[in-house]
Design a protein around this ligand. Sequence first.
Ligand code: NAD
Ligand code: MG
Ligand code: MG
Ligand code: MG
Ligand code: MG
Length: 343
Amino acid sequence: MTELTTTVYYDDDADRTHIDDKTVAVLGYGSQGHAHAQNLADSGVDVVVGLRADSSSRTAAREDGLRVATPAEAAAEADIVSVLVPDTVQPTVFEEIRDGLEPGNTLQFAHGFNIHYNQIRPPENVDVTLAAPKSPGHLVRRNYEADEGTPGLIAVYQDTTGEAKEEALAYAHAIGCTRAGVIETTFREETETDLFGEQAVLCGGVTSLVKQGYETLVDAGYSPEMAYFECLNELKLIVDLMYEDGLGGMWHSVSDTAEFGGLTRGDRVVDEHSRERMEEVLEEVQDGTFAREWILENQAGRPSYSQLKQAEENHDIEQVGEPLRDLFSWADETDETDADKPE
Ligand code: NAD
Ligand code: MG
Ligand code: MG
Ligand code: MG
Ligand code: MG
């Protein structure tokens, strides 16, 4: 087997003394926030959840046995401030908590966007780290409760104490990530690969492939239901096989006809032109064009975003899919709607 090109950190590599006597403020109680807060608390770390006075999540956090304060109060009390509100509201929340950051405190993230694109400029006397499970929050929590781990990333952007990396590893340990393995990356690499992946492949690329395939069949006179099953529904089976055993596992499981057809036709559909478009998309991530567009879009009240969401909801494949999914609802393995939310 080929060696990994990077070090993977496990439980034994983490020194919990870097977090055990500290207070962690978890800002936000959404997908990541609820999981980090509960896992940290169950690991014996002192946790305070930072939520606005009118936040509907306050009740949930209290019912889960956690202490709740405003983001400003929580950050002022804490040694480590874990910023787990949505990326688009983080700059505003940062203004509320800035005064509570003392020298040697840590500002911690689960995604590098705001630091990498300078939307948050942290003071020079705090550590700035990343500790990000590679999974939606409900799985981070479920795995922890099952004594299992969730693979994760750590990164250090600013190290004033000389202990930033050790503390990030200890945090990753306390939320269960070192049970499964943690890889060290940089804010730049995490941010750029995450954006590229979700744009070109995972969310953007795949939905375009599905829609074009569906439209090709329907326009040629085939039934929308057949097109839906062939181009959308069956995708899950194929992805599951790739997830379990790579591309080879998938090719092994499909028929020889599917394998020969796929190997001879796939690269004609997603070809060197698509590859050039991918490189453009990556360049826009790297040079900040995408970040600027998304920041301005938010400042303007999300006009294009709303329009694009509406158009996607109105696509034929969605109209056809809804009743078909109801027919097959017995096949649902999980009722958790964020199960497939990309991080
Ligand atoms: P989320 O949208 O699930 O939850 C955010 C929470 O923040 C809300 O539940 C609420 O408690 C709070 N909040 C919302 N608006 C607020 C406001 N205006 N002011 C104050 N608090 C507010 O967020 P998430 O998906 O958990 O993302 C948090 C961070 O984790 C982001 O940086 C994200 O990129 C990162 N991340 C997410 C995932 C994932 O799977 N969801 C995976 C890895 C990293
Ligand atoms: Mg403080
Ligand atoms: Mg990602
Ligand atoms: Mg088939
Ligand atoms: Mg992302």
